[in-house]
Structures are given as structure tokens and as C-alpha cells.
Write a protein that binds this ligand. Structure first.
Ligand code: HC1
Ligand code: SF4
Length: 574
């Protein structure tokens, strides 16, 4: 341990601790804009680009940046001297001078870390006026909107895209006023290698990278008397949306969410947890088929669209591995436009299917040409958790005080298996609960597969199913997915079944979720809440869900059968 003094307070810290982290240990919050570190998820940003965290080290003529400077034995640090505070303020003023001042209409209004710093540091006028950078905005994709004029060059997005996700779409270009973070040669995101995972969106401190907003389109559909608007909510929304309404992370808000959606005017509210159960039925059938008939293994889960785009672009030779199952969001859309349309007699052309997803890639997934026809899409519009939050606020709905509503019957009941889809490890655990009982013909003694849980980036476990030792691999974050796929190619890894989710943590950490602003505990609370919901569910295996049984008996026929194939499966192309 190393001794130091910060603002007259003595403390001991571990070797390698930065001044910023040491100060945090004793409750001193040094402001910063570029800093980003999530130890459980094993990532941190390149330090000291914003130069907001200036502090004085006694005996040194120059100030230093607290995020990059490590504590040394006997170091005396002062974070609150006029010299340090003044330097921080000047650096912030310089950033603000080159920033559009349209906070009132910015998508990040009240969520912007730059705005919050300006308020915290008492900025009341723009000190340096004059020239400003001028870049074109990029609205080329269905998912992500880039406005480089709001970029503060903190490079968090670049770190996420290159080091965590290893996609390599975003990097620093040009110098001086022309400096931006953008795809190579400044091509548009739609033309680039972007997977639309939205991890750049999740960490951008300003409004430089945000989701494409679909709220107006959804309001217009709701207002249109000729349209019947059906909405579905993804598993991880219910444990995160409360954060937008001053509730604790991980507070379960399922019933309030349903009531809020009805108040907004949606005609029918279905649960993506139901279609996650449907996915389990199909995916577990496919797994059993591949095992029993010696077909291609490993099987890879295919519900995460950023991950699907990643394998299509980077591993085109491995496209026989992913399951052919559509994702739960698309399965729901497909069932609504067929099964629900048949049952109700409402023509599918008059039904608008809206999804609320924690994810920006789900917007791009809904637009994939093979998922529907030109006129009748499986899913029409996708809202992020944040967009739904804005809609609820616009209508002045007191979310916290809402009574508990219930999903509509036909596709609203789910098992705990469907719910845990929202966390890393949950999709494969859900599939194994069902596959295991089908393969052995026996009821599981223990439903929870603890060995598949946790947050390690790449995990492997052996699951005993009768005489079979199923080798299961799990990766979350595309960088880990890359390592796993490379390991399969090189035969370093030998798995039978694999789950990959593009976002660190799975959908709980999706690019459309309420901003966690670097508080890792938020992701952990969301994860715990999903496992709690599962624990308290009446049914915990997809094949026991009575609504799932009914849909197969009355409409789909056999799982993995002909009609199920038509409606619930897809194919991939490089
Ligand atoms: Fe997900 Fe999924 S779990 S991909 O993480 O398979 O987005 O929550 O809806 O489709 O069910 C996301 C979440 C979500 C799908 C399901
Ligand atoms: Fe990179 Fe994901 Fe952002 Fe695309 S969405 S630029 S892949 S971090």
C-alpha cells in the first residue's frame, strides 16, 4: 500500500491507483468528461483528453490530470486550489466555445455530462467566442444518429467501438478544428462496418451520438384511427425504465409499464418474454435436432442483432453455426401479423407493430429486408427504453404512481426462462432448461444453472444432461465474441452450444437503456432483478407456459415444424 495525502486527509491506496480513484475513495469528486472505467466489464477509456480533472501535486510546478497520474509514496495532492479550479474552468470554457449551444432541443438535454459540468462549475457565459467546427451530421442508418458538431473528442465511443467491441468503425480523423471521431474516410454509418450495437451511444457524454428517434412515427400511428397499434416490451426494459423516473436501478416495474403503454394509447400490450419462450421452443428443438442427428455443432444463439451483423460481416464462413431462429422481437412481430391477425380478424396491413427494446440494433434488425415484405413488416417501429421514457413524460404520466396493469392475454404470459433472456447467460440457460427435459424425458431437479451465470466476458461450463456432457460457451461484448469465434476456428474452444450478446452484460447494458454514466452497480442491479423475477414466476420453463402450449396446439403445429419454420426462422447472408 502507498501513503498519500489528498486535501489534508491521509490515506493508503493500492499501487497503481490514480489520483482520481484515490480521491473518490475518500468522497472527493474530481470533475472529468472523458473518464470511463467499468472494472467488472474490464474496460476503461484512454485518459486525459478532456483535461478537466486538473489537480495540484505539491512540489510540482505544473498541474496534472488526476485520471492519468498514479499516486506515488508520500504524494500530497490538492484538488481544491484556485489554480486547479481555474484551470479546469478554462479548459471547460474552451470546450464550450466550440460547442453548439442548442441544449434546449438537444436529444441529450438534462442527460448531457458537458451540460452538467457547465452547471456544476458555474459557467454563466461563453468566454471565448469565434469560429466553430462545422461537420455534416449522419442520419444514414435506421439506428444511430451522429452529430460530430457536438463531439468533445473524449474518445469514449472510439474505445468502446475498437477496444471493447473490436468492430473498428469509429476512430479519430483529422486535426485541429477538423478533428472528429468518425468511420474511416468519414463515410456514413450505413455504409460502414457498424453493427449498430449502440455502445458508442451508451457512453457518449454529449449529444454527438444518439439513437434515431421513432417517437413521432409511433405517435402518428396511435393517432391514426385506421391503425391498430400493438406494442411489445423486451425483458430488460422492466428492470431499467424506472431509473428515468427517479426509481432505483433494478426496481421491477412490469405492471406500471403496461399501464403506461395503455395510457399512451396502444391498443394491445404484449410481452417479448412470451416470444422469448417461443424462441426457446424453437432453439431447444434445433439443439436437440442437431445433437440427435449429428448435425453442425456448436449451435449459436441468434437473438442479438448486433451480434448477427457482426458474424455476417466478420465470419462469413461460419454462418452455418447460428441458430436459424428469428429473435424474440421479430417472432412476436411475425405472430402478431399472422396468428393475432387471424384470431381478431384485423387485416395485417392495418396492424402496426411497435417494439420497446433496450437496444439500438433492434431498429436495424426490424428494417432487415428478409423480415417481412415491403408493405407488411414483422415489426414496424422500434423505440428504445429512453424514447419510451420521453413519451411517458410528454404525456405527464406519473409513472411511479401508476397502478399495476397486466399484459393482454394472447401473448402476454411468460415463464421465467423468457425473462432471463435480458442478461448475459440467460438465453442459453433458458434453452437448456427445456432441451434438458426433452432429451432426458425427466423433470429438472434444479432449474437454476449457476455455472452459466456471472459477468466474466467469456465463460465455459459443462452441463450434464442425462449421459450427455453439453459443453456451453458464453460471451458478452463483441470483443469477447471475436475471441470466442477465433477460438472455435482454431479449435482452441470446443463447445456444443454458445450464447453471444453484443453488449457488455447483455440487454441490461443495451445501447438504448437509461444512461448508466459509468455506474457499474446499475448494470448489476438490473441483472439481479431479472433473476428475481424468474425466481418468483409460476412457470420457469418455456415449454410449461400454457399460452405457448396453446399457440402450438391451435396454430403452429409441432415446434420446429413446417409452419414454425415459415414464421419463426430466417437465414443469414454475408
Ligand atoms: Fe434482448 Fe431479446 S433479450 S435481444 O437482449 O432475445 O434487445 O431485453 O428483447 O428480441 O426476449 C434486446 C432484451 C430482447 C429479443 C428477447
Ligand atoms: Fe461501433 Fe457499435 Fe457504435 Fe457501431 S454502434 S460505431 S459498432 S460502438
Amino acid at each position: 500500500m502507498i501513503n498519500c495525502v489528498i486535501n489534508d486527509k491521509k490515506l493508503k491506496v493500492k499501487e497503481g491507483t490514480t489520483i482520481l480513484d484515490a480521491a473518490k475513495e475518500i468522497g472527493i469528486d474530481i470533475p472529468t468528461l472523458c473518464h470511463m472505467k467499468l472494472p467488472n466489464f474490464n474496460y476503461k477509456n484512454k485518459p486525459s483528453s478532456c483535461r478537466i480533472c486538473m489537480v495540484e501535486v505539491v512540489g510540482r510546478p505544473k498541474l496534472c490530470t488526476a485520471c492519468s497520474e498514479e499516486i506515488t509514496e508520500g504524494m500530497i495532492v490538492k484538488t481544491d486550489t484556485p489554480k486547479a479550479v481555474e484551470a479546469r474552468k478554462i479548459n471547460l470554457e474552451l470546450l464550450l466555445s466550440n460547442h453548439p449551444k442548442d441544449c434546449l432541443v438537444c436529444p441529450k438535454n438534462l442527460n448531457c455530462e458537458l451540460q452538467a459540468l457547465a452547471e456544476k462549475m458555474g459557467i454563466r457565459e461563453i468566454a471565448y467566442k469565434g469560429e466553430r467546427m462545422q461537420h455534416k451530421v449522419d442520419a444514414s442508418s435506421n439506428s444511430i444518429y451522429r452529430n460530430p458538431n457536438k463531439c468533445v473528442m473524449c474518445r469514449r465511443c472510439e474505445t468502446m467501438c475498437n477496444e471493447v467491441q473490436t468492430v473498428g468503425t469509429l476512430s479519430g480523423l483529422n486535426r485541429g478544428f477538423d478533428a472528429i471521431v468518425a468511420p474511416a474516410f468519414n463515410i456514413s454509418l450505413a455504409e460502414s462496418s457498424c453493427t449498430f450495437c449502440g455502445q458508442c451511444v451508451a457512453v457518449c457524454p454529449t449529444g454527438a451520438i444518439v439513437e434515431i428517434d421513432a417517437t413521432d412515427k409511433v405517435f402518428n400511428a396511435i393517432k391514426n384511427p385506421k391503425k391498430h397499434v400493438v406494442v411489445q416490451v423486451a425483458p430488460s426494459i422492466r428492470v431499467a425504465i424506472g431509473e428515468l423516473f427517479d426509481m432505483e436501478a433494478g426496481e421491477v416495474t412490469t405492471g406500471k409499464l403496461v399501464t403506461a403503454l395503455r395510457k399512451l394509447g396502444f391498443d394491445v400490450v404484449f410481452d417479448t418474454d412470451f416470444s422469448a419462450d417461443l424462441t426457446v421452443m424453437e432453439e431447444a428443438s434445433e439443439l436437440v435436432d442437431r445433437i440427435e442427428n449429428n448435425k453442425t455443432l456448436p449451435i449459436l444463439t441468434s437473438c442479438c442483432p448486433a451480434w448477427v451483423r457482426f458474424i455476417e460481416m466478420n465470419y462469413p464462413d461460419m454462418l452455418d453455426i447460428p441458430s436459424s431462429c428469428k429473435s424474440p422481437q421479430i417472432m412476436m412481430g411475425s405472430m402478431v401479423k399472422t396468428y393475432y391477425a387471424n384470431k381478431t380478424g384485423i387485416p395485417s396491413k392495418d396492424i402496426v407493430m411497435v417494439s420497446v427494446m433496450p437496444c439500438t440494433a433492434k431498429k436495424a434488425e426490424a428494417a432487415r429486408s428478409e423480415l417481412g415484405t415491403k408493405d407488411i413488416r414483422d415489426v414496424d417501429y422500434v423505440l428504445s427504453t429512453r424514447e419510451l421514457g420521453r413519451m411517458i413524460k410528454l404525456y405527464g404520466i406519473d409513472f411511479k404512481g401508476l397502478e399495476e396493469g397486466k399484459f393482454d392475454k394472447l401473448m402476454g404470459e411468460s415463464s421465467g426462462a423468457g425473462t432471463i433472456f435480458g442478461t448475459t447467460g440467460g438465453v442459453i440457460e433458458a434453452a437448456i432448461r427445456t432441451a434438458s427435459e426433452w432429451l432426458t424425458g425427466k423433470e429438472l431437479e434444479k432449474i437454476e444453472f449457476e455455472e452459466l451465470r456471472g459477468l466474466k466476458g467469456i465463460r465455459g461450463a459443462q452441463v450434464k444432461i442425462g449421459d450427455l456432457n453439453l459443453k456451453v460457451g458464453i460471451a458478452h461484448g463483441l470483443g469477447n465474441a471475436r475471441k470466442l469465434l477465433d477460438g472455435i476456428r482454431s479449435k482452441k474452444y470446443n463447445f456444443d452450444a454458445i450464447e453471444i450478446m453484443a453488449c457488455p452484460g447483455g440487454c441490461i447494458g443495451g445501447g438504448g437503456q437509461p444512461y448508466h454514466h459509468g455506474h457499474e452497480e446499475i448494470l448489476l442491479k438490473r441483472q439481479r432483478a431479472l433473476y428475481d423475477i424468474d425466481k418468483n414466476k409460476k412457470f420457469r420453463k418455456a415449454h410449461e407456459n400454457p399460452m405457448i402450449k396453446e399457440i402450438y396446439e391451435t396454430y403452429l403445429g409441432k415446434p420446429y415444424g413446417e409452419r414454425a419454420h415459415d414464421l419463426l426462422h430466417t437465414s443469414y447472408s454475408p
